[in-house]
Write a protein that binds this ligand. Structure first.
Ligand code: CA
Length: 233
C-alpha cells in the first residue's frame, strides 16, 4: 500500500514536530506548514491525503484555509484549536473539518484519530464525487455545501443532523450503536448521552422520511441502534 502523506499545518514548531514524530513512527509520510498561505501552496503542490490544521495561524487563518480547500477537495481534515466551546466545534464541522482536537492534546490520540479517519474514508465514496444520491434522487447529500435535499427541496438539517446522516450513509450496511454514532459523528469529546442521538434521529426522520412510522432511510435496529436503508443511485 502506498504511504499516505499528511500535511501538518501548525505554527508552533514544537507541536508540529511532536505530531510529525508520532505520525512517522506510525508509518505516515509528513510535511509541515507554518502558516496559512504556505499551507494552501503546499496543499496544491503535494496533494496530501489528510490535513492536520491549526485554527490560529499567521497570514491566513485555519478557518479560511479549510474553506478554501473545501471548495475543491473532500480531503479529511482534523482541526486543532485552543478553544473548547461546543459552538466552535460545530462551526469547525460545518466549515468542513471531519474531526476536532482541543489543545493540549495527546499526539498518540491524534494518531488514533488519523487512523480512524482513513478507515472512514475508505468507504467507496470518492472525494472526487461531491454528492451522493439515494432512491432515485429522493435524498441527496451534497458534500460541497453540506446540505441535504429531500424530494428536490432543501431538508434544512442542523449541523448535528447532517453529521449523523453523513455518518450513517458512509457504511450503509453497518448498524451503529448510539455510542458509536456519538463518537464518529460528533467526536469523542462530545458531551451528550444516548438520548441526544435519539432526539436528533427523531428530528432527522421528520425532515427526510415520507412516513416517520415506517422509515426508509434511518432504520432502527432493535436493541442495537441505527442503520442506513436508502439505496444508492
Ligand atoms: Ca497556532
Amino acid at each position: 500500500m502506498q504511504q499516505k502523506l499528511i500535511l501538518i499545518v501548525e505554527d508552533e514548531a514544537k507541536i508540529a514536530e511532536a505530531v510529525e514524530a508520532y505520525l512517522n513512527k506510525r508509518g505516515y509520510n509528513t510535511a509541515i506548514s507554518g502558516d496559512g498561505r504556505d499551507a494552501l501552496d503546499k496543499f496544491a503542490v503535494l496533494c496530501p491525503d489528510l490535513l492536520i490544521l491549526d485554527l490560529n495561524l499567521p497570514l491566513i487563518s485555519g478557518e479560511d484555509v479549510c474553506r478554501e480547500i473545501r471548495k475543491k477537495s473532500r480531503i479529511p481534515i482534523i482541526m486543532l484549536t485552543a478553544k473548547s466551546l461546543e459552538d466552535d466545534k460545530v462551526n469547525g464541522l460545518v466549515m468542513g473539518a471531519d474531526d476536532y482536537m482541543t489543545k493540549p492534546f495527546s499526539p498518540r490520540e491524534l494518531v488514533a484519530r488519523v487512523d480512524s479517519l482513513f478507515r472512514r474514508c475508505s468507504d467507496g465514496i470518492s472525494p472526487a464525487f461531491n454528492y451522493i444520491s439515494f432512491n432515485k434522487g429522493d435524498l441527496i447529500l451534497d458534500y460541497d455545501s453540506y446540505t441535504v435535499s429531500k424530494a428536490g427541496q432543501p431538508a434544512n438539517l442542523t449541523p448535528n443532523e447532517y453529521k449523523i446522516l453523513s455518518t450513517l450513509v458512509k457504511y450503509p450496511n453497518k448498524t451503529y450503536t448510539r455510542d458509536e454514532l456519538i463518537d464518529i459523528a460528533f467526536g469523542i469529546d462530545f458531551v451528550g448521552n444516548e438520548r441526544t442521538i435519539d432526539s436528533h434521529i427523531k428530528n432527522l426522520r421528520a425532515k427526510i422520511e415520507n412516513d416517520t412510522t415506517t422509515p426508509q432511510y434511518i432504520l432502527t435496529v432493535r436493541g442495537i441502534g441505527y442503520k442506513f436503508g436508502g439505496s444508492k443511485d
